[in-house]
Design a protein around this ligand. Structure first.
Ligand SMILES: O=C(O)c1cc(=O)[nH]c(=O)n1[C@@H]1O[C@H](COP(=O)(O)O)[C@@H](O)[C@H]1O
Length: 233
């Protein structure tokens, strides 16, 4: 499956997500299950999406002591998800523990780390005590994630090129904060259009509301695919 698109199913429950899911095609996109959907519908949601043939990114952004995070990542991978994430700011020992548990059990799930949330800007980050700019901090955490055995990072598309240069092109750059020209910015700060994001070095684009809240979600998805099809190979 060569599409870089991951559709974020930020729906209240599996029942609420299925009308959209049943219009989507596993050849055209992967799906992301986040906190609200998982807290309401749990592993049942993963099972329903897997049964329909989708690769699933379970986005629970684990951030806790190493033992707890490793156990949670193990549980996620046991559900057969394609990708799972932790917060890079949880540190080296936490990320390594998560990596080790997957290696010990030979689980193929891609393990990636969130750098700096795409909703954050430099001022918000400064309030948390981080003096670096969001871009600098994302790059710093990407380096730590790479050293800690992560397969890639979640970052904004604005940082994707620098991450690829620093960490290598095989290191995944999963980029939310994607806003096509027709969409609102919502609560995202560090945004780019789908075309710009791919040009900037993203591996995968995470897109939620511009598709899921569109009046015609399938038309919005088709418009994004059309935008990407104009890219030179
Ligand atoms: O890990 C994520 O997926 C994530 C990281 C991040 O830094 N920013 C971010 O927006 N996300 C997720 O990506 C999705 C973006 O959704 P939209 O803003 O609706 O396109 C949401 O499900 C967020 O939880």
């Amino acid at each position: 499956m060569s599409s870089p698109l991951i559709i974020a199913l930020d729906h209240a429950s599996l029942e609420a997500a299925l009308p959209l899911v049943d219009q989507l095609d596993p050849q055209r996109c992967r799906l992301k299950v986040g906190k609200e959907l998982f807290v309401r519908s749990g592993p049942q949601a993963l099972k329903a999406l897997h049964q329909r043939g989708f690769d699933v990114f379970l986005d629970l952004k684990f951030h806790d002591i190493p033992n707890t995070v490793a156990a949670a990542v193990h549980a996620a991978a046991d559900h057969g998800v394609w990708m799972v994430n932790v917060h890079a700011s949880g540190g080296r020992a936490m990320m390594q523990a998560a990596r080790d548990v997957l290696d010990r059990h030979a689980l193929p799930t891609h393990l990636i780390a969130v750098t700096v949330l795409t909703s954050m800007n430099d001022e918000m980050l400064a309030e948390t005590g981080v003096a670096r700019t969001a871009g600098e901090q994302a790059l710093h955490l990407a380096g730590l994630a790479r050293e800690s055995g992560m397969a890639g990072v979640v970052c904004s598309a604005r940082e994707a090129g620098d991450v690829a240069t620093q960490c290598g092109h095989d290191f995944l750059r999963v980029t939310p904060g994607i806003r096509p020209a027709f969409a609102q910015r919502d609560d995202q700060s560090r945004v780019m259009t789908p075309f710009e994001a791919m040009q900037a070095g993203s591996t995968y684009l995470v897109i939620g509301r511009p598709v899921t809240r569109a009046e015609k979600p399938m038309a919005a998805l088709a418009a994004i695919e059309q935008e990407l099809s104009t890219m030179k190979p």
